[in-house]
Write a protein that binds this ligand. Structure first.
Ligand SMILES: C[S@@+](CC[C@H](N)C(=O)[O-])C[C@H]1O[C@@H](n2cnc3c(N)ncnc32)[C@H](O)[C@@H]1O
Length: 301
């Protein structure tokens, strides 16, 4: 399915299915003998979506081995989700230690941080995503008796619409410092929407706010055909996600420069450094790696 201006999805289709995919990654990473993260909600949420391929992966019925890839590379994909999740978990721990009590998770997907992190009393967590995604997560977690560990407020809207107005209507306080997160989002936004997103975040950020995201420096060279070939391999194994059609490639702002230009003090940590920090092995990139390097970014202002 190719993207269009007003496309929408649930967690089993289009961009929504990528949220389920990363939840599966968190579930597998949580089972690691040396876990960096503990997300007890990832597996029940991903199972509830009901994509057979992912359910079978979680059941251990399908080898998580990527066809043609070494076991080390497959493990590195799971470790990649572990270090990414841990980076943003640590970001929120630091933000709340610095006194921030207002959090906005953009494109929250099946992110269960509002239920699994130890938020200080008084913290409000806003989650923004498409209406079907938000409703599914709220209902599924309520159904298994999960209780948020902060005040959780949901904002069911497309980020291409007037989400700042919807956030304000949900109670967001622009005078309070905020910790923002845009995880696993930017490659699904057209380049100009990425800039607009950071402009809107900056406009809503009181002094002492923070923002975190990740970006793919090589997205300019993203090879749609290569991504299609990878998707074909997955389709043969029962998973129908065409990453080549979901991602917006081509020239876009360099995230760290863009944030710096807005007055943020920016830090970027390459994925390889996170692997070293957490004593994980990152195999050398292979020819068919679709995205290549990823840089994890946090900033304060
Ligand atoms: C790869 S998932 C990441 C989800 C979550 N941040 C995580 O890391 O687990 C991408 C998410 O972006 C959301 N998303 C992408 N474009 C969006 C848009 N225009 N409006 C609202 N949500 C969007 C999708 O619904 C999906 O939940």
């Amino acid at each position: 399915m190719t993207r269009s201006d007003n496309d929408s999805w649930d967690l089993a289709s289009s961009v929504g299915a990528t949220a389920t995919m990363v939840a599966v990654g968190r579930a597998l990473a949580s089972r690691d003998p040396r876990p960096l993260i503990d997300d007890p909600f990832a597996a029940p949420l991903a199972r509830a979506v009901g994509i057979e391929f992912f359910t079978r992966v979680l059941d251990g019925d399908i080898d998580t081995q990527i066809p043609g890839a070494s076991p080390a590379r497959t493990q590195a994909m799971i470790d990649g989700m572990a270090v990414r999740t841990r980076f943003f978990d640590d970001y929120f721990t630091e933000a709340t230690a610095a006194g921030i009590r207002q959090v906005v998770i953009l494109a929250a997907g099946l992110d269960a941080r509002a239920y699994r992190l130890a938020w200080p009393a008084g913290t409000v967590v806003y989650e923004i995503d498409q209406p079907e995604v938000i409703a599914f997560k709220s209902e599924t977690l309520a159904g298994i008796g999960a209780v948020p560990t902060a005040t959780r407020r949901t904002v069911a809207i497309d980020l291409r619409e007037d989400w700042p107005a919807a956030l304000a209507a949900a109670g967001f306080d622009p005078a309070a410092p905020t910790a923002w997160l845009a995880e696993g989002l930017l490659i699904y936004l057209p380049p100009e929407a990425q800039d607009r997103l950071f402009d809107e975040i900056a406009a809503l950020s009181a002094p002492a706010s923070a923002v975190a995201t990740e970006y793919v420096p090589g997205i300019m060279d993203f090879d749609r055909e290569q991504a299609r070939a990878a998707s074909t391999q997955l389709r043969e194994r029962g998973l129908d996600i065409d990453m080549g059609a979901l991602v917006f490639a081509g020239a876009r702002s360099h995230v760290m420069d863009y944030l710096t230009g807005q007055g943020w003090a920016v830090t970027g940590v390459p994925r390889a450094e996170l692997f070293t920090r957490h004593d994980r092995v990152l195999p050398a990139p292979e020819e068919d790696d679709v995205l290549g390097e990823i840089v994890y970014v946090s900033a304060t202002r």
